[in-house]
Design a protein around this ligand. Structure first.
Ligand SMILES: Nc1ncnc2c1ncn2[C@@H]1O[C@H](COP(=O)(O)OP(=O)(O)OP(=O)(O)O)[C@@H](O)[C@H]1O
Ligand SMILES: [Mg+2]
Length: 260
């Protein structure tokens, strides 16, 4: 375990808090009610796949969980800690949530190793030596330790995305959010990224994954959320969702996705 166990509050009642908890969360963009009364409890170690048509609110859901987007009302907590709206407490709690996007967002003028070391040194105030040892371990874990001294542009898209995962892990997050992490990749690079994610899931990481990779969703997912128009329309285990979706929206969505 590389988790920051010492930071986990010990519940006095024996009640274990959810790793991610959202209660009556609402979010608007102007007139658009993009998240509507979202209630979601994700227990520790669960891998949640988020599916839904374009514009249904999947990315916004992810972005609210680490407060990249403010919410209008409701409560979001990570490992029992309610996310404050802003300030230093937010910075600390945000570090509990790692996020990986479709675009890798690596610093172009820093080496792979420097990219992974940066936040632990700057934010966590780790010594450069400790950060380097940890970063090399993480690069090993995602299978690119031999690329440590290269620059992002010298790596393939799949390799860059694995660096982005290592960089997020370097902060010892309790939760990892993935927003279409393989959508920008050439097909032959998709699996190397999904393999890293599968291994993270096996190691017990709590994950929320927006993806169109249905094979991964079935194999690695513990649970599928299907979103439409800012609501969670279905919440079930993957085999139930894929074989017996209940809503017309989900049937329609699956019909389109699986016919490709
Ligand atoms: N910053 C913003 N300002 C205004 N509207 C936004 C903003 N971000 C998202 N939206 C709108 O909110 C809705 C939900 O967007 P979101 O990106 O969460 O959808 P999504 O499910 O991730 O879609 P996709 O599958 O295309 O990525 C969309 O209608 C989108 O246009
Ligand atoms: Mg999106």
């Amino acid at each position: 375990m590389t988790q920051a166990d010492d930071a986990t509050p010990t519940p006095s009642t024996g009640e274990v808090p959810s790793m991610i908890s959202m209660k009556s969360v609402n979010k608007h963009f102007g007139d658009l009610h993009v998240l509507q009364e979202i209630d979601l409890e994700v227990p520790r170690g669960q891998v949640v796949i988020v599916l839904g048509p374009s514009g249904s609110g999947k990315s916004t859901l992810c972005r609210t969980i680490n407060r990249l987007e403010p919410i209008d009302s409701g409560v979001i907590a990570v490992d029992g800690n309610v996310l404050p709206a802003e300030g230093r407490a937010l910075a600390a709690l945000r570090a509990d949530v790692g996020m990986v996007f479709q675009s890798f967002n690596l610093f172009a003028h820093k080496t792979i190793l420097e990219n992974v070391m940066l936040a632990p040194v700057k934010v966590r105030k780790k010594s450069s030596k400790d950060a380097k040892t940890a970063a090399l371990g993480l690069l090993e874990r995602v299978g690119i330790a031999n690329q440590a001294d290269k620059y992002p542009a010298q790596l393939s898209g799949g390799q860059q995305q694995r660096v982005a995962i290592a960089r997020a892990l370097a902060m010892n997050p309790k939760v990892m959010l993935f927003d279409e992490p393989t959508s920008a990749l050439d097909p032959e690079m998709v699996n190397e990224v999904l393999d890293v994610m599968t291994s993270l899931a096996k190691d017990g990481m709590t994950m929320l994954v927006v993806t169109h990779e249905m094979g991964f969703a079935r194999k690695a997912g513990d649970r599928v959320l299907f979103m439409a128009d800012g609501q969670i329309v279905e919440d079930s285990d993957p085999s139930t969702f894929f074989t017996a979706p209940t809503s017309e929206r989900a049937k329609d969505f699956l019909g389109k996705i699986l016919s490709h």
